[in-house]
Design a protein around this ligand. Sequence first.
Ligand code: ADP
Ligand code: MG
Length: 438
Amino acid sequence: MDNNQPKEARYSRKLEQRCKISKYKINKQYKSIQLGKQYFIRMDLLSFSCVRPHTIFSKTYYLKVMEDEVIISAFNNFKNPKYIIELKLTTQILWKIGKQNLKAFGIFYQNKIKYFEAQHSYLEQFKKMIGGRVIYRNMASFYEPIQFIGEGMSAKVFRSIEKQTNKAVAVKMIKQEFGREEQALDIVRTEVKILQSLDHPNIIKVLEVYENDQTFWIVQEFVQGTPLSEILKQKLPTEQIKMIMIGLLNTVSYLQSLRIVHRDIKPENIIVQKDSSIKVIDFGFAANLKFGSVSSVCGTPGYYAPEVLRQKESSFNSDMFSVGVVLFNLITNQPMLKSKMYKAQQYVADEEAADLLKQMLEVDPVKRFTAQQALEHPYFKGFQSINEKQDNQCSSEHQILQQQMQNNQQQQYQPKKSNKSLDAKTIKSLRTTNIIDL
Ligand SMILES: Nc1ncnc2c1ncn2[C@@H]1O[C@H](COP(=O)(O)OP(=O)(O)O)[C@@H](O)[C@H]1O
Ligand SMILES: [Mg+2]
């Protein structure tokens, strides 16, 4: 091989030899690898053969999952692919289930549905791999709703069971009354697209997206825990406040490193797990500042940063103001009232906590502490050792708190006769998804 060739050309040729797809695609893929700073060769992610069943004769095709698309070709060298499925949230995929397992997937092509049959193990991998990147139909074939677990402004959330694996998931149904189909799809797109680009232990993961009759459902990992809003009713030990804050600040620091603003950080959107680790949920208002500034008032009164209210613009550091309000909630067990906002530290006895609060509630977003600065504040000094001690031997205070949280969880997750149980209309909506006749 000519090693004097530019790296890209050498790379392109190598790829071309191996998969014989068009140069355009190879360059596109090289670019995406460069952009993602992933220096490993990621050719195809999955490939398998499938069959288009016909009455007279069936035709075999070869399928390959690429970074942004799935190509289906009549030739196993993938020349002249007959179908290209774009991995976008406007693409719809249908599924056929046999007696027990997946039997086929279907795509819309020239106003018709074309089905492709394949080995169920490949179809299962395929479904998981492109889950959340396209929209699926017939959700009821895959998930059984068990319990209503929460509700916010835009959605109702249900704990459901994945029928095949018995695994619990959280299914977020975007409320129909929230808007017309386009608006609902916008919320789904924002939330799913941003979540797909994130990978952090404190951030919820999206598994799949479904649609039926203009209702959208986002299937997410289920978090066994209690929303911070419920825990705030009781006084928390300082160690636990610090642990929750460190989790939250690590999350915001990660988001800030990617120039993403959550725009709705508040206790309802933070789930605290048994070990006091947290998961941040609800990215329905999130925005990526790489694509320009965001200029709409988003979030929840009481948690907005001043610049969001005044200039109607979320800045790189707007989330940190909301994190400051959460710290105030945690320490005082009180809501932040406007009258308290500019002298919040006066309500906090601990000097270090008061100072940190002051820095996070700074009006000027440029002077306001970033997440990383907050993590380095003396308030958290020495906390690691407390953390380690807790791992070995829980303090009695911590044990009491865990017990309280367990009680809360039991109360929250036990089926209730109250309005938290599934109503008939919702059950109907959950069950009458677009099941394809077999
Ligand atoms: N993945 C999840 N696991 C467990 N509970 C969840 C999950 N997602 C949401 N919830 C619960 O549902 C509530 C509403 O969900 P959220 O995504 O915040 O919807 P909204 O956009 O309407 O505010 C949350 O406050 C939380 O109690
Ligand atoms: Mg919410």
